[in-house]
Design a binder for this molecule. Sequence first.
Ligand code: IVH
Length: 672
Amino acid sequence: MIKNLKEYQKKKKKLLEHNKFYYDKSSPKIDDSKYDDLKKQLISYEKNNKIPKNEKKVDNIVGYRPSEKFSKIKHSESMLSLDNAFNKSDIMDFYKKINNFLNLDLNHRETLFAEPKIDGISASLKYIDGNLVQGLSRGDGDFGEDITENLKTIEDIPKKLKKLNTGELIVRGEVYIPKSKFQNLSNKFANPRNAASGSLRQKDAKNTAKIPLKFFAYGTIFMNHNLESKQSKFLEFLKYQGFKINPLGKIIKDEKDLLDNYQILENKRSELDYDIDGIVYKIDDFKLQQRLGNLTNSPRWAIAHKFSAEKGISKIKNIEIQVGRTGALTPVAKINPLNIGGVTVSNATLHNEDEIERKDIRIGDTVIVQRAGDVIPQVIEVDTTKRDQNSKKFIFPKKCPCGFDTIKEYNKVTKKYDAVRRCPDKGYECNLITKEKIKHYVSKDAMNIEGLGKKVVENFWNLNLIKLPQDIYKLNFEKISQLEGWGKLSAENLKKSINKTKNISLEKFIYSLGIRHIGQENAKILAKYFQSIKIFKKLLFEKNNLFKDLLELDGIGETQINSLKNFFSNNTNKKVFEELIKNLSISDFIIQNKGKFINKTFMFTGGMEKMSRSEAKQIVENEGGKVLGSPSKKLDYLVAGDSKPTVKKINQAKDLGIKILKEKDWYKLINF
Ligand code: IVH
């Protein structure tokens, strides 16, 4: 029971704080039942007492914490992220990659469509025969939350389309709250984006309806590309169907166009009634988009050009050394907290030892700090005029805080020593690397254990509950439920999400190990090669000459092989590996069973006129085939491009009786 206004205000503040933990930091610190109880007490007090006019009542604030989770549904095609560009050179890189992939002249400038990047929450809408039947949030990209009823309350989203030749249409876009409307909402949200997120995830859609949410449609999936030929045309089609399209989209012919448009939009940014954090460039032509395809997390055919960073001035209180997952020692400046663009910054990266030396950064220095979107804030300049006379050069430690001597690696290509100092990555032997590896293990793209975020890992680490990844499977949930900020329900939820992720694919598991140089793409290549955890273990543990065989995999080079060797020659790592697989059920790599190149292997030599090696590889893989890096008995086809094929490879293939395709035969084979 709440006794007086003061207690009411105190408890309301607490409730709002918990809301923040739930959404902004995505780590609830209170049990659902305790939260509901707190809310009930506040509402009951509001009913029976006079509340001053300037106090927002809890009853009126739409509680934005859903009481139950929404059901999860698989997206027809993954909802990806976008790669970022921050300057002209990143943009030129984007053009270069496209030209390389499509085998176009390096000076070619493919037509792009530029759209403001709306800083809201993405949603995917499914229409069948013109009726809106399903609306999903992005979720983890593969599975979204079913928020159909909530999305239906948004006026900008048509519930029925005009006329459609195709049975199914997926429309993707961004839900947002106009800035002007956000100001009138209660003060419990840090920004319009959080407000949109919270409102959309109301269990009761009636509460969503109370929020002035809006929607810009911006895209579809490859499957629907037959509807129009270009992004610009497709947006017109969406407009005709009753969607709201952002009016600031523009065709871009070359980099001058692109940079002019960037300036114009950046200047306009503050006048717009919605937040934008950059510009998205998309290849306008749908056929080319399809040819370019996707990487694991982002499409090759689009990029986000972020608006320039915001800056502020502060003072370095201390310099701490952080050890990353791959052993890199990163100096981090602890600075006097300052607000940059609405975000409080108290840590800023100093990148590496060389950077400190080059800029002569010292403790006590006055520095300019920069923050750009979701990128870690960084110290970009020192104001030496403000430097204390007695200040001393910062001496970078030569030992890792774990005690190991550190090293600087020599790069054979650049013939220079690396700028980064490292704790030699012995895997799970350095306790600091291990802690970071555990954070990686539980992360979204890896095991994706909900409720076990970085902060919880840090906390459990300090409490000695998790010291190695396998400790996750030995947690005592009874004990956890008694920890501060935890309760029976949240401990139970954690247990459930750990159990739920025990069924994992081979490629995700390989990626989860956090082996240096084995990112998502390489994990997939390895999973495809080994196919099952049994073979993976057998070969890596027992077969000494295996590493040579791996070289034949397109995409795996000496760097990756050395890193695998290093990891699997260490007994602690092997033990962790064994313990993990004991606790998991790792499914075999699913070999695509559709496509005309099932069980077929290809190798390419020489350049081709109409496509790059990367595109040819993608085509083979999309059709269920494999690309090998060197000729062997396992090879079915050697494709010899017209431009400078390697004669030795052709002769080797001939000797092995392998079918050799000329460039034109290859085009015929794939109907190109
Ligand atoms: S296209 C494959 N267009 O930005 C991704 N995205 O970082 C294609 N976004 O999750 C996305 N405005 O929520 C696209 N005009 C726009 C966008 C936009 C905002 C968001 C979207 C996506 C995120 C990517």
